[in-house]
Ligand binder design. Structure first.
Ligand code: HEC
Length: 132
């Protein structure tokens, strides 16, 4: 390879590098925007369908039934996989007030609601946090 070719390729790489960077940054900000949108959508759906029983903060007991609506932000619920929780939202739980949402919510909507439930759990202050 002649040194001219090397120099020319080097010039091209240096010329295009900044553009490659902008593309990547744009892609990641689009992803963040989409996540934000999905979360907002989950919040709206949760407020419409789930808040009545599971409460504004997701910690359950908003509606007086036996068994009481689960605390969705509790470790016991959060330990469960997305698949397990989606299944419960889809099918409901027999013999409890938790009904099936398979007709009301599309697959995407269930994902969005779940995203919001995960977000509620993350933003919850730990109850037994040691005081400073
Ligand atoms: C009419 C009241 C009511 C409404 C409305 C309701 N739930 Fe429930 N939900 C319950 C009750 C009661 C339980 C607890 C069932 C049990 O103890 O087995 C429950 C349990 C759950 C669980 C299972 C938690 C676990 O322990 O695995 C999930 C997940 C859940 N609800 C999500 C939702 C979502 C999402 C919505 C809205 C789309 C919703 N619920 C709407 C009453 C309700």
């Amino acid at each position: 390879m002649s040194s001219r070719v090397v120099l020319l390729s080097l010039f091209f790489i240096l010329y295009w590098l900044p553009f490659a960077d902008v593309g990547a940054a744009q892609q990641s900000s689009e992803k963040a925007l989409r996540e934000q949108y999905d979360l907002q959508e989950g919040k709206r759906l949760y407020g419409e369908y789930c808040r009545f029983c599971h409460g504004e903060q997701g910690n359950g007991h908003a509606f007086n039934v036996t068994p009481p609506p689960a605390d969705l932000t509790s470790p016991a619920v959060q330990r469960k996989s997305d698949i397990e929780l989606t299944q419960t939202i889809h099918e409901g739980e027999r013999g409890t007030a938790m009904g099936s949402w398979k007709w009301a919510l599309s697959k995407e909507e269930k994902q969005h609601v779940l995203l919001y439930i995960r977000w509620l759990a993350q933003s919850r202050q730990p109850v037994s946090a040691p005081s400073p």
